[in-house]
Ligand binder design. Structure first.
Ligand code: ADP
Ligand code: MG
Length: 342
């Protein structure tokens, strides 16, 4: 099947999506009925998370292909399940699409969604489809919108909240920070063509973030993390959420921030540090842990498939402080991305 969605129609488009994806197992109901029927594992609690991406706000089709968009829409939600220390199981996708979208483009979108979800055994069980053209307000074609919902599970009492940090805890991040924000700046300025190896890697970190599912599960199920969040808005902002909800403060050491060689080569050390502190969309995990867990955390990072770097300490005094190489401290204020703020 080929052509525009306006010619193919909603129902045939959904049937086509269904044929592309792995449906849930026996005894369960996926796409095609009025509601899905699913089941989490016996004895587990259910996690639910949803995230919406709007054209012109979160993505630009000028430098994001449909497959990359699908991948990222799923990955940001998987990252939220990771940040709870859970296992993702099922997903739903709601889309507002232009009638002039081609079926091949919709296929690309679902190929991307499935490529993010399949490695974790996460199955598509439903969604909703609507045209984005706002007939009632007279515009011929609104922005494309994609909203993904993921249903996951965790052992009771082991989902890791933002509120569990205590004074004296160590603060860690997975992987490296700032790559995605620099990658976005490159994509905005130059698009995807003619990038050197470092630049291409940074762009890929923006377009194809790796949800840290395994790391999150290890930390949650092994009761190693006291609080956890995924870095979507930037370290300074997302650390702020943990501190606020836990009623504590923090000291972060500038020279301990994990910054990739590629980012330093591309942006220079000074800008690289700014990207690492405030740049969003790395989708790394930021977590706190009691010092008694240090050894366990160091040993388990191999299994997690990503590095764990201690970057600071939780303090009883409120507020976040950034300490430089010379031991001088200054306030670390949240300055990541926030919607509605100018
Ligand atoms: P209803 O009118 O009962 O909401 P729909 O026609 O919206 O039914 O959806 C029919 C089936 O297709 C449902 O199982 C729904 O979950 C699924 N579905 C609709 N749109 C999508 C989509 N974009 N992706 C995945 N599943 C979808
Ligand atoms: Mg519907």
């Amino acid at each position: 099947m080929k052509g525009f969605l306006s010619g193919i129609g909603e129902f045939r488009s959904i049937d086509h999506i269904k044929s592309m994806c792995v449906m849930p197992g026996r005894g369960l109901v996926g796409i095609g009925d009025d509601a899905a029927v699913i089941k989490v594992s016996p004895g587990m609690v259910t996690l639910v998370t949803t995230d919406m991406l709007v054209e012109g706000v979160h993505f630009d089709l000028a430098y994001t292909g449909f497959e990359a968009l699908g991948y990222k829409s799923a990955a940001v939600n998987l990252s939220d399940i990771a940040a709870m220390g859970g296992r993702p199981r099922f997903y739903l996708v709601s889309v507002a699409l232009r009638p002039k979208m081609r079926l091949e483009e919709l296929e690309g979108l679902y190929r991307g969604l499935e490529s993010a979800c399949r490695p974790f055994g996460v199955r598509l069980v439903g969604g909703d489809t609507t045209a984005s053209a706002g007939g009632s307000v007279g515009c011929s074609s609104g922005p494309m919108v994609i909203s993904v919902t993921i249903i996951g599970e965790a052992y009771p009492g082991r989902a890791v909240k933002r509120s569990g940090a205590q004074a004296g805890d160590d603060i860690y991040v997975t992987g490296s920070l700032g790559d995605s924000a620099c990658g976005l700046a490159i994509l905005k300025a130059r698009g995807t063509g003619g990038l050197n190896k470092d630049e291409a890697l940074l762009a890929a970190r923006h377009l194809k973030p790796s949800p840290r599912i395994k790391a999150g599960r290890l930390l949650g199920e092994g009761m190693m993390a006291s609080a956890m969040i995924d870095i979507s808005d930037g370290l300074s902002s997302d650390l702020g959420h943990i501190l606020e909800q836990s009623g504590v403060g923090a000291v972060v050491y500038k020279d301990r921030l994990p910054i990739s060689g590629g980012l330093i080569n591309t942006a220079g050390i000074k800008k690289a540090v700014q990207y690492a502190l405030h740049g969003g969309e790395d989708y790394e995990l930021l977590f706190t842990a009691r010092p008694s867990n240090r050894k366990k955390i160091a040993v388990r990072q191999g299994e997690a498939g990503v590095s764990f770097t201690a970057i600071g300490k939780v303090t009883a005094e409120h507020g976040a402080e950034l300490v430089d190489e010379k031991g001088q401290g200054r306030a670390l204020r949240p300055s990541g991305y926030e919607h509605f703020r100018k």
